[in-house]
Ligand binder design. Structure first.
Ligand code: K7E
Ligand code: CUA
Ligand code: CA
Length: 651
């Protein structure tokens, strides 16, 4: 047997040989493309970068776009699988200078303004993005994302990777949480996690009084109608005694049912109170019964929203399945048969057989009721209750009959076998741990592409860790997040990459690259506004129509009386892709991007007299620095009509 010292020397020699081999490989310019080995267990495998790097390697190798909610970042992060290349941010609820999205654009400002108070709300917290679907699978048209702070839902157009529309939800102050899209994308629904003392009309219709200081309060969820062209409108709200946290809109075996969790069936107002009962619920709401209540005019409307029907929980078909101690995630298996529910304060994860639950509901096999909601018998509707870890958060599904459960406390993912019909796929004993996948650290959500559809893609698992600790080079007390990529499928999961991503993603969805076909330029409008300045003495408004093309602004100077409103329309006449211009003015807190072919509006008040340069912020040509011009703000006392700017266009 080798003594310890010999073993160490041998190891040093081996390591030395390895290093020399790597250096040799690196130092051979123009040699054949090789893959530098070392790292993952699949040394030399396809998840490693080749050397030398061929151009477009990432583009040719990536299979999925990931859309990750940004949490307090306010919008969406976009990156790819399996190469984990961070590509973009889609701004939604906050000003975002980097991505050219600021509220001096009146369209952005309008979307972010509360229609009932007139207040601009440019803070946000995004949690659960939902990709649009057709026939229960992703179609690549839109991405929906609610705000948790303010009651609003955004729709992002995947042709432009831009927020296209925001619909505000009446009757609630905020605290929206779980949400989901129906299999045909005609209904988007979102939960009210934070209980409210709602408008008197709602309390009266529900026949419930609320003590504004002590509660118990009321909550529910909102349904948003989505038109064929994506346009959203408030369709209805269901209000009742319980708050609701996470949501899935069922498909397949659970088609037509809205399924959500409550962790506060106690209706308490503090943490201790929310743990008083040993169980809370998963609710099954019949979508058709809600629509029927609306059609039968069994609703009330409020002064705030005279056209949004509010339905009482008493007038719809709803059932409760008891779930131990404060459930959080609820996720539905690919055939729509099982709802898997995690309990935050219990070591169990419950698989509810939705087929059996709906049959039990039809047979009226109840074991009681809570606030009038019939309770289904766990003995009948539970497919399994697995006691396999601490701090379960969320669950995802692959295409091979496995569920992946994230654990915050255990800091891992348990891969478990599901029951029939999935036993035909994995051919193992159902509801058992097949594999434990370690995470770094403390798992929140996880992502398997296509998990919330009838046909998951499987193949990859991204673990979204809530804590990162020692994973990356230190960077101060506020630490980045960690998205960890594993390959799944045949054989054990392999950790193939880790990626730092800013605070703080909650949930992500991924769609094949082939299903998203973004436009690379805007279509230049048929009629381009002639560059000119119009002066409106009644409104004290100067309207500046400006052409933007390498490397000029036309006009490149305009006069305006001090104190007037300036309304600008910037038209990019660029047709080449990747030639974005910017527009900002010294000292005026105005900054936007103008993408190729885009028409952008800017509004501000010319409240300071003097000469102010405006300039292009995106490096667009060798003459980028010269791409600037002047706004000359003249005190009103010195203004006369002959100071008006006349734009003379060169022939
Ligand atoms: Cu972060 Cu989905 Cu808002 Cu759970 S939620 S962990
Ligand atoms: Cu245009 Cu820089
Ligand atoms: Ca509880």
């Amino acid at each position: 047997m080798l003594n310890n010292r010999t073993a160490k020397t041998l190891a040093a020699v081996f390591f030395g040989v390895f290093i020399v081999a790597v250096i040799f490989a690196i130092a051979r310019p123009g040699g054949p493309v090789t893959v530098v080995s070392g790292g993952s267990a699949q040394a030399g495998g396809k998840y490693q970068r080749p050397y030398p790097m061929p151009h477009q390697w990432w583009k040719k190798t990536d299979e999925f776009y990931v859309f990750a909610s940004g949490g307090q970042q306010c919008g969406i992060y976009v990156y790819t699988l399996p190469m984990m290349k961070y590509l973009a941010e889609i701004p939604v609820y906050c000003n975002d200078n980097a991505w050219g999205w600021n509220t001096e654009d009146p369209k952005v400002k309008k979307m972010l303004t509360n229609p009932w108070t007139g207040q601009l709300m440019d803070r946000g917290d995004t949690h659960h993005p939902a990709l649009s679907k057709t026939k229960g699978v992703y179609d690549g048209r839109w991405l929906f994302i609610p705000d948790k702070i303010n009651p609003r839902v955004a729709r992002i157009d995947l042709k432009k990777f831009r927020t296209e529309e925001i619909v505000w939800i009446p009757n609630t102050n905020g605290g929206l949480h779980g949400d989901h899209i129906s299999p045909e994308s005609d209904l988007f629904a979102v939960n009210f996690e934070h209980e409210q003392d709602p408008a008197p009309e709602i309390k009266q219709h529900l026949g419930v009084q609320v003590d504004p200081e002590k509660g118990p309060y009321l909550a529910g969820f909102a349904g948003i109608k989505v038109d064929q062209d994506g346009r959203m409108s408030n369709a209805w709200q269901v209000w009742g005694p319980f708050q609701t946290d996470l949501m899935r809109i069922g498909w397949g075996k659970s088609d037509g049912w809205i399924i959500n969790t409550t962790y506060n069936s106690e209706r308490a107002t503090n943490t201790v109170g929310m743990f008083k009962k040993d169980h809370d619920y998963v609710f099954l709401w019949n979508r058709a019964s809600i629509e029927k209540a609306v059609a039968d005019r069994k609703y009330v409307t409020t002064k705030q929203a005279p056209d949004v029907p509010v339905v009482s929980w008493k007038d719809v078909e709803v059932y409760a399945v008891p779930i131990p101690l404060n459930p959080h995630g609820v996720d539905i298996s690919p055939t729509g048969k099982y709802a898997m529910v995690s309990g935050k304060a219990t070591s169990t994860v419950t698989a509810v057989d939705l087929e059996k639950a709906l049959q039990a509901a039809r047979d009226k096999k109840f074991i009681g009721e809570d606030n009038g909601i019939p309770i289904l018998d766990p003995k009948v509707v539970y497919a399994a209750q697995m006691d396999i870890g601490l701090g379960a958060t969320h669950i995802e599904f692959d295409d091979k009959g496995y569920a992946y459960i994230g654990y915050f406390v255990d800091s891992d993912v348990k891969k478990v076998t599901m029951g029939a019909p999935y036993t035909d796929l994995h051919k193992k004993e159902p509801w058992k741990v097949a594999e434990v996948i370690p995470a770094h650290y403390s798992v929140g959500h996880l992502l398997v592409p296509g998990s919330d559809t009838a046909k998951p893609y499987g193949k990859y698992l991204v673990v979204m860790n809530k804590l990162t600790k020692d994973t990356f080079t230190p960077h101060g007390p506020l630490i980045t997040e960690n998205h960890e990529l594993f390959t799944i499928g045949d054989g054990p999961a392999q950790l193939v990459d880790q990626m730092p991503l800013g605070p703080e993603t909650h949930y992500s969805q991924a769609i094949p690259v082939s299903l998203v076909k973004p436009d690379m330029v805007y279509e230049i409008p048929d009629k381009i506004e002639t560059p000119r300045v119009e002066y409106d003495y009644d409104k004290k408004e100067a309207r500046v129509y400006m052409g933007v093309v390498r490397s000029f602004f036309t006009p490149d100077a305009f006069n305006v009386p001090q104190g007037w409103k300036v309304k600008m329309v910037l038209t990019s006449e660029e047709e080449a892709f990747d030639i974005t211009h910017g527009f900002t003015i010294d000292g005026y807190n105005v900054a936007l991007s103008v993408d190729p072919g885009e028409v952008r509006e800017v509004e501000f008040t010319a409240d300071k007299a003097g000469v102010y340069w405006f300039y292009c912020m995106w490096f667009c040509s060798e003459l980028h620095m010269e791409m600037r011009g002047r706004m000359i703000v003249i005190p009103e006392s010195e203004w006369s009509k002959d100071k008006e700017t006349k734009v003379v266009l060169a022939e």
